[in-house]
Design a protein around this ligand. Structure first.
Ligand code: PMP
Length: 353
């Protein structure tokens, strides 16, 4: 009976599967392992005064005011989400309907297409070049076509770690007759942003998250910045009370301790560069230049190395044998010890190969 009730397009969807392993060195989801437990004590202290019997500040107004000051934009140009995932869904719900078109590139973060599929939109994924850089001229030819509702640009990109230069992003925003979303989930590891332009371009939305650099993935807090008229639209589709008061509190504690995040980001960047050098020395591995907190590597027989790491209690991300990411592994930069362990295992694996 249920089968007859389910929408046809939902029948075709596949649930987003996240594997759960215990007791693993977890380097598969671009979290910040260097900040494990760092904010817990302060969050615990703040929890004692939390009125958890009450619904949260529905639009996270207090937190937005605090964040806006840090970002030097108006708090009315901000929206908070249960992770930036929720903001992606909200943007699609607000602007994209059945038969509409979304433009993005491939490979990139999967949630744009998943969100598009849910509303029966078509997502066009423009292939990145072999080295995973953007073929800007040809992409621009597509941008110029007047048929897109939303264009998603991920900068730095996940899972490749590559970037799009600021001027190219600006040209895309100025040319597109569509909403341009610049997903800056990994901004802190890169340092360049277009958030300063939200007041200037009425079609620009910038997305950020506390899940990566800030080490707060478990609390699910992301934010979006855009001009006020765009915000008015987004607030129409935002579910009420979408960020719990536990998460708002955790986010506040975390943002108040920004220096800890900054110190850890510095360390991660230095470790990332060191690991890039070390991996480049392994003849069997091609490592791509990354501006984020992970490294994408191409390896013949990547699945075997993935399984070897798994046997040794290290979990990385494997992308299967097909498509542009065939034989690729994505390794999150962890703590110094974790990174050393990964390098030891990889070197040992190829020595015995
Ligand atoms: N955007 C990108 C590019 C990501 O890689 C991720 C997480 N993998 C997200 C958005 C979603 O992050 P969150 O929902 O945790 O804020």
């Amino acid at each position: 009976m249920i089968d007859n009730l389910v929408r046809d397009n939902v029948k075709k969807l596949v649930p987003y599967e996240v594997k759960v392993y215990e007791d693993m060195v977890k380097l598969d989801a671009n979290e910040n392992n260097q900040l494990t437990g760092v904010f817990n004590k302060e969050i615990g202290k703040a929890l004692l005064d939390l009125k958890i019997n009450e619904y949260p500040d529905s639009d996270s107004s207090q937190l937005r005011r605090y964040l806006a000051e840090k970002l030097q934009i108006s708090w009315e140009e901000l929206v908070l989400g249960c992770g930036s995932d929720q903001l992606i869904t909200m943007i699609i719900n607000a602007f994209v309907g059945k038969g509409d078109r979304i433009l993005t590139f491939s490979p990139t973060f999967g949630m744009y297409k998943i969100g598009g599929d849910l509303v029966e939109a078509t997502t066009v994924s423009f292939p990145l070049k072999k080295d995973f850089s953007l073929d800007y001229d040809n992409f621009m030819d597509l941008v110029k076509e007047d048929k897109w509702k939303v264009i998603f640009l991920t900068n730095p990109n996940n899972p490749t770690g590559g970037i799009i230069p600021r001027q190219e992003i600006i040209n895309i925003i100025e040319t597109a007759n569509a909403i341009v979303v610049v997903d800056e989930a990994y901004y802190e590891f890169y340092g360049e942003s277009v958030i300063d332009l939200v007041g200037k371009y009425p079609n620009l939305i910038v997305l950020r998250t506390l899940s990566k650099a800030y080490g707060l993935a478990g609390a699910r807090v992301g934010y979006g910045a855009a001009c006020r008229s765009l915000m008015e639209v987004l607030y129409k589709v935002k579910p009420p009370y979408n960020v719990s008061n536990l998460s708002q509190l955790a986010a506040r504690v975390c943002l108040e301790n920004q220096e800890l995040m900054e110190k850890s980001v510095e360390e991660i960047i230095s470790q990332r560069n060191e690991m890039t050098r070390e991996l480049t020395r392994v003849a069997e591995i091609k490592v791509y230049k990354s501006y984020a907190n992970f490294l994408l590597c191409k390896i013949d027989g990547a699945e075997d190395l993935y399984n070897y790491l798994l046997e040794n209690k290290v979990l990385v991300r494997y992308f299967g044998e097909e498509g542009p990411l065939a034989n690729c592994l994505r390794i999150t930069i962890g703590t110094r010890e974790e990174n050393q362990l990964v390098m030891e295992l990889i070197n040992e694996y190829f020595k015995n190969d």
